[in-house]
Design a protein around this ligand. Structure first.
Ligand SMILES: Cc1cc2nc3c(=O)[nH]c(=O)nc-3n(C[C@H](O)[C@H](O)[C@H](O)COP(=O)(O)OP(=O)(O)OC[C@H]3O[C@@H](n4cnc5c(N)ncnc54)[C@H](O)[C@@H]3O)c2cc1C
Length: 468
């Protein structure tokens, strides 16, 4: 494949070292956990060809991933097993080892002629890559493949809101919204004697049960199964049936007229580029849905990447805009009635059946409809002793229960509850001028009782699958 086929704005040198004599080119997979629509992988294939080396991919499974628990690991392992097999079909050996990702990459990087890694925007993901780039003897390049428009190509600063990022993204779409070419590695690495876990070992779930991650949470496999195949099946089903109702129903939590792609996007098991291209090819009669979906998938999602990339304290209350912190602070002594602590909230024991249903949905399925996430978050702000405590509680619950938690979207949307990427609204107790939401609004705008019944059914299904 030619140099132009991975756009140069996606590629960043992480050190100044050249290629060195080595046994293979190493693709250290961490964020883009997939075998296709993966610019980092394609770039690594090209580097391997240039250097006349086989390509080896590696992945380190740490049992200390920040805030990860068994439901996250189950989803991760399901996806990795499939990626392992798909890469083998492309003659690429995938070496999966238990250990800190940066240590696994460093160890295998010692024998590499060149190292290519993918891109993550969170603090620890950046730190891991910087560590590997410092420690390995060869050149290291990072390739950004989990956004349609590379973050710094879209903007060189933290954006105020979707409305300021949108035109910048649209300016670049024709350049980046293109099918990446898939190259065939010209040398197989499958016979290289490098120890790692096989796909079957990843799927042997019983052997992972003693993983020192929080065991108190159940996996959510009955609702979400990890991997690219599951992602594509779910997406195609959405496009065939529910997509035509997306514009009307995406704020209707009693329906399921949304794509459920966020867990797969979070783990990089599906590429946003693949989803976006698939949507652009739908017939013009679905234009309203196409525009609405692409705005969420590209503009809203990449606003979150922009926020996390340009905001060092993206997970702290201090990241909020000044106006929002000032108004919340001015109302921090307003009486809270009711007032709930984190444990009561986590047990879904509030007076509000709608909020409790939302909490149950996230606990049993690992997912929650976007409209309920907004309501759920706003009420945590309203019912907690202080805005700072509300912010901490919200993020902790979000990242513990959602499979798509711990994502740039988690931090940008937690922030949105407290005014980030939004503007001041009419003043209210506790919220100040931060936008509020009410149960009466839910009752007016959607069939909220049907949502409560839907969650009761999901909870029953979860219970039945446990017995089975
Ligand atoms: C308080 C709160 C917490 C949230 N926490 C998370 C989180 O931890 N992880 C997460 O991925 N999303 C989070 N979101 C954003 C949004 O709710 C989910 O991305 C969306 O519900 C995922 O469902 P879907 O894939 O079916 O969405 P669809 O409506 O089918 O949208 C397709 C894709 O567009 C993107 N998208 C949709 N809505 C948003 C949005 N508001 N902001 C950014 N991107 C969006 C997502 O990548 C999504 O998968 C949160 C929202 C709120 C209000």
């Amino acid at each position: 494949m030619s140099a132009e086929q991975v756009q140069e704005e996606r590629i960043r040198k992480l050190n100044d070292r050249p290629a060195v004599p080595g046994d293979y080119v190493l693709y250290w997979m961490q964020q883009s956990q997939r075998a296709d629509y993966n610019h980092a992988l394609e770039h690594a294939v090209r580097r391997a060809e240039e250097l006349n080396r086989p390509l080896v991919a590696c992945f380190g499974i740490t049992d200390r991933y920040p805030e990860a628990n068994l439901r996250h690991y189950a989803f991760l392992l399901e996806g990795l097993a499939e990626t392992h097999r798909l890469l083998a079909r492309r003659s690429v050996k995938m070496v999966i080892r238990r250990g800190p990702p940066e240590e696994v990459a460093r160890e295998l990087g010692r024998r590499a002629a060149f190292l290519v890694c993918d891109c993550g925007y969170l603090r620890h993901q950046k730190a891991w890559r910087a560590h590997v780039a410092r420690e390995v003897p060869c050149g290291v390049e990072q390739v950004e493949s989990d956004v349609v428009v590379p973050v710094e190509a879209a903007s060189d600063k933290r954006e105020y809101a979707a409305r300021t990022l949108r035109p910048k993204i649209h300016r670049h779409l024709s350049k980046y919204l293109v099918e990446p070419e898939q190259a065939i590695p010209y040398k197989s690495s499958l016979a290289l004697p490098i120890a790692g876990l096989e796909a079957e070992q990843l799927e042997d779930w019983a052997s992972w049960r003693n993983f020192p991650a929080d065991p108190s949470l159940k996996t959510v496999s009955p609702f979400f199964r990890g991997g690219a195949t599951a992602a594509r099946e779910t997406f195609e089903e959405f496009l065939r049936g529910r997509f035509s109702r997306y514009p009307a129903n995406r704020n209707q939590p009693q329906t399921d007229d949304v794509s459920h792609m966020s867990p797969y996007l979070h783990f990089g098991q599906i590429s946003p580029l693949e989803l976006a291209l698939r949507v652009t090819r739908l017939p013009p009669s679905l234009q309203q849905g196409k525009d609405a979906y692409l705005d969420e998938l590209i503009v809203r999602r990449e606003l979150a990447a922009n926020f996390v990339h340009f905001t060092p304290d993206y997970d702290a209350f201090s990241c909020l805009p000044d106006w929002a912190r000032r108004t919340l602070d001015a109302h921090s002594k307003d009486p809270r009635n009711p007032l709930y602590g984190p444990e009561q909230l986590e047990r879904a024991q509030t007076h509000d059946p709608y909020w409790n249903a939302a909490m149950v949905e996230m606990k049993v399925t690992g997912y929650m409809h976007n409209y309920m996430r907004m309501y759920w978050g706003k009420k945590i702000l309203e019912w907690s002793p202080s805005p700072e405590m509300a912010y901490r509680t919200l993020l902790a619950l979000n990242n513990r229960y959602f499979i798509d938690g711990r994502d740039p979207n988690s931090y940008a949307n937690a922030g949105w509850i407290f005014g980030l990427h939004d503007r001041p609204w009419g003043g209210r107790s506790v919220y100040g001028t931060v936008r509020s939401m009410s149960a009466a609004g839910l009752e007016r705008k959607c069939d909220i009782d049907a949502y409560v019944r839907k969650v009761e059914r999901l909870a029953r299904e979860a219970g039945e699958s446990e017995c089975g």
